[in-house]
Design a protein around this ligand. Structure first.
Ligand code: PEP
Ligand code: MG
Length: 879
């Protein structure tokens, strides 16, 4: 095996790679080679070898030559978007061809008209230890002419364990992943059911799982392969819904690695389904900002370039897409984003590499600190940013550039920009929107390298309506939220993280307003109607007056409802109903109090310590619980013991892959399997002051022995801590088993709390996160209502409280039924408290009971909803 000769695949004009109008190729991110501007439309094999990739779009082909050297020929730039138009494959992937064999044909006119450029790179990828020589000079070239020679083939083949020419498998695994004798191999092919395909979050989940195995794992789709440890590589596969993806692993734990990736895809499906119902994590989705509130995140996936056709203007009226619904009148405000300067040349690879690693470590720390102060949404977004920071492909590209003499800043920026360029080339708006996240991570690191502090708060004038081309998540979180009334973007996407954050912050947001946003005068009064999708940039004084009146009446209505919510809640006939809030963090507690919550009916403690590698110790847990108790004032705090497993994985507590996670180690089962973690949590909870203010709730109970076991540990710890008063202990009713034994169970506890989300899933045998079953997984199914009735009756008979803390408690159709069946406490998302209290105050228990009894005899959830609607009238805006 000597040097490998690469021949011109077509006639044309040969140029260096730098001239290719694409940062990935021009920056040699994929490898080294030359480019040809073709003058005929027949692509011939540049060397002998096996065709490794020739996607359906037939716009590119890669060949694996002897020694495992891969050569990619990419016809034109951005040609994947043609979806095969103008291209015709003349060979099949997997076949072995001789040099000069015709691999594909393309119509020069069609491709030239649609592509960004016809310039076609021919590159060796990856270069590893290879070098090119005898590179052809710029000028005309004929098919079959020598383009360049690849040297170092033997050494690289040896390094890859391929010296005998056995060839790596077609997975495209990197050198370290080449098969070793005796290595196990595993593979599985699936059809992608994720609605948005493999976008950032599932990709991050997969990469994270892949990294926990030693096996070299690759994903393959569309004829391309990706290192499963790299988020960027996975995303760049561009796998959409309904498309096939293969998982291949080689190594001692290959079988487990493939199973873990499959499990991660299932987990992502569950997360997607939950997110699709308005509450990415908390599952309290029935009434949130989306259900009749003033703010709602638009669920359609739309991404708007600045020249988007949705952007339009007539007489000072710009039309956009509603990302977060709402209405505001305020002053047009801009914030400037400056490009952070970087020098290209480095001061030596060792120094630059260390500087990059140090900056990344500092950013990791500061992002971790920010995550602690935010809600679940912000934490999720930061988790995605941390994945980018650790991405092996990004880091490899950056380190290669550093090794080639570039500065850390230049290398990091080039690496992130090339990833953004690849995402931009994808025909998937959701993936393109992740470019903003990469830009954000890029600037974090560049600022750190430059020794500059990111501004903690970006000042805004009073009543600011932010009008900019685009906005990064970190820019939004740095803005002074109290002064920010609305956001209007020239570009943007409704599924972008910045839109998700804006929805969580309840800030109306329009996107896709086009380049015209640049002409809006700073400081001018504008009206944002994020219900009609318009921005009035030059409203008349009369229009401004009307808009002010509209805003004031809305605010007054909201304030009235909030004020009314501050007092205890009674039905019309004087029955006391406690309206509590479900919390996931300290901020939620503050919001709950403002909205009139009378306590916390469910603190989802598993959400307090997500995305971390180590379990929180007793002191850390105590501090967090104490903060929440303090935010609640003297209101009761029902702290649910960690509900881990199933759809709630914890990074620091990896559980074995289960075939049926919803039926496996979940809730109290996990807690009892890890008594060390349970004891730490219980000790922290018991130490919250004032002593006894915390009540404890056990998740996923199926039998009394579980309650007795937890009670036993609590009593031991009370003795250890010298706590003499009793601690209120409740059981969650989330399984039909628990509901059916409620009369016996209630003897062992102080209260019961119905978790309708799980109770519905287990009663109807429908995964709560299954997208196709979402409409049918309805807690108003008479079977679920009957279990609620059994539970509530047990409570009434024992004179103990029965609460409902699942999402159904915030469903206006469910409220009369739950009260009619005997529930006396409802715990809902903080934002829903005022509306639920208002509804309860207009109900009479007797009427509710009568209605509930009729519903128990109906045959379906739809019939229940129809009867309730007939009785209480159609839904109205509750917030
Ligand atoms: C429930 O199952 O209804 C519940 C409140 O618990 P979670 O949604 O956290 O599983
Ligand atoms: Mg549950």
């Amino acid at each position: 095996m000597s040097n490998l000769q690469i021949l011109a695949p077509f006639n044309g004009w040969c140029s260096p790679l730098e001239e290719v109008p694409d940062a990935v190729f021009a920056g040699r991110m994929l490898g080294d080679g030359l480019a040809i501007d073709p003058t005929n439309g027949s692509l011939l094999a540049p060397c002998a070898g096996e065709i490794i990739t020739l996607p359906a779009s037939a716009h590119a082909v890669s060949i694996r030559a002897a020694g495992g050297i891969d050569v990619l020929i990419h016809v034109g730039i951005d040609t994947v978007q043609l979806g095969g138009r103008g291209f015709e494959a003349r060979a099949q992937p997997g076949t072995t061809v001789r040099a000069g064999a015709e691999l594909l044909r393309f119509d020069l006119d069609v491709v030239a008209r649609a592509a960004k450029s016809l310039m076609s790179p021919i590159v060796v990828t990856p270069m590893d230890g290879l070098t090119l020589r005898q590179c052809r000079a710029e000028g005309p070239v004929a098919a079959g002419d020598l383009l360049f020679e690849v040297t170092g083939v033997i050494a690289v083949a040896k390094q890859r364990g391929l010296v005998n020419g056995s060839g790596a498998d077609a997975s495209g695994a990197d050198a370290s992943g080449a098969a070793r004798p005796g290595d196990a191999k595993a593979a599985q092919t699936l059809i992608m059911t994720l609605r948005q395909g493999l976008h950032a979050r599932p990709a991050a989940l997969l990469a994270q799982r892949a990294r926990s195995f030693t096996a070299q794992t690759t994903l393959a789709a569309h004829g391309r392969t990706a290192n499963a440890r790299s988020v960027v590589a996975i995303m760049a596969l561009g796998v959409g819904q309904g498309e096939e993806i293969s998982i291949q692993a080689t190594g001692a734990d290959a079988v487990r690695a493939v199973a873990a990736i499959v499990a991660a895809i299932q987990e992502a499906l569950r997360m997607e389904a939950v997110a699709a119902h308005g509450a990415p994590v908390t599952a309290d989705s029935v009434i949130g900002p989306c259900a009749g509130g003033e703010m709602a995140i638009n669920s359609a996936s739309t991404s708007c370039p600045a020249d988007s056709p949705v952007a339009g203007t007539t007489l000072g009226l710009l039309r956009g897409v509603i990302a977060v619904a709402g209405f505001a009148v305020g002053r047009a405000t801009r914030i400037e984003r400056r490009e952070i300067p970087v020098v290209e040349a480095g001061t030596g690879p060792a120094l630059e590499s260390a500087a990059l690693e140090r900056a990344q470590a500092d950013v990791r720390l500061s992002l971790g600190r920010v995550a602690k102060t935010g809600g679940v949404t912000r934490r999720e977004i930061i988790a995605a940013h941390l994945e980018f920071l650790d991405d092996p492909q990004l880091n490899e590209t950056a380190q290669n550039l550093i090794a080639a003499g570039k500065s850390a800043g230049f290398a990091w920026r080039t690496a992130t920009r090339s990833c953004i360029a690849s995402l931009d080339a994808l025909d998937n708006s959701r993936l393109r929107e992740r470019g903003d996240d990469l830009l954000d991570v890029e600037s974090h690191v560049l600022l750190e390298l430059a020794g500059e502090a990111r501004p903690v708060t970006i000042p805004l004038p009073e009543r600011a309506v932010l009008i900019v081309d685009d906005l990064l998540p970190s820019e939004l979180t740095a803005l002074d939220q109290k002064r920010l009334l609305a956001i209007c973007l020239g570009r943007g996407g409704v599924t972008s993280h910045v839109a998700i954050l804006a929805a969580a912050m309840e800030i109306p947001m329009l996107i896709g307003l086009g380049n015209a946003v640049r002409n809006v005068a700073s400081g001018s009064t504008v009206i944002v109607d994020a219900e009609a999708g318009t921005l009035q940039t030059a409203p008349t004084p009369a229009a401004i007056d009307t808009a002010h009146t509209k805003v004031e009446s809305r605010l007054a209505r909201r304030a009235k409802m909030q004020a009314a919510a501050q007092t205890d809640c009674y039905t019309l006939d004087g029955t006391r109903i406690e309206v509590f809030a479900n919390l996931g963090n300290v901020q939620d507690a503050a919001t709950a109090v403002v909205n009139g919550a009378e306590g916390c009916g469910l603190l989802r403690t598993e959400f307090l310590f997500l995305d971390r590698e180590t379990a929180p110790d007793e002191a850390e847990q105590l501090a967090t619980y104490q903060d929440i108790a303090a935010a609640l004032g003297s209101r009761p705090l029902i702290l649910r013991l960690m509900d881990v497993g199933g759809d709630k994985p914890l990074r620091y507590l990896p559980l074995p892959a289960e075939e049926n996670p919803a039926l496996g180690l979940r809730g109290v089962r996990t807690a009892l399997a890890r008594p060390d973690l349970l004891r730490t949590q219980l000790r922290a909870a018991l130490r919250v002051q004032p002593s006894g203010s915390v009540r404890l709730l056990i998740p996923m109970i199926t039998d009394i022995a579980e309650v007795l076991a937890v009670r036993g540990i609590i009593d031991e710890l009370r003795a250890e801590l010298g706590i003499h008063h009793p601690i209120a202990l409740g059981a969650m009713i989330e399984t039909p088993a628990a509901a059916l034994i409620a009369p016996a169970l209630i003897r062992e506890v102080d209260f019961l709390s119905i978790g309708s989300n799980d109770l519905t899933q287990y009663t109807l045998a429908m995964d709560r996160g299954h997208p196709q079953l979402a409409a049918r997984t309805d807690a108003l199914h008479p079977a679920v209502l009957r279990l609620v009735a059994v539970t509530a009756n047990a409570g009434t008979a024992a004179g103990k409280m029965v609460a409902v803390c699942g999402s159904v408690a915030a469903d206006r159709y469910a409220v009369p039924l739950l009260l009619g069946l005997g529930a006396r406490e409802l715990s809902v998302v903080p934002a829903a408290v005022p509306a639920i209290k208002r509804q309860i105050r207009a109900l009479r228990i007797e009427d509710c009971h009568e209605l509930a009894m009729k519903c128990l005899d109906l045959a379906s959830a739809a019939a229940v909803r129809a009867l309730v609607e007939e009785t209480i009238g159609p839904g109205e805006n509750m917030q």
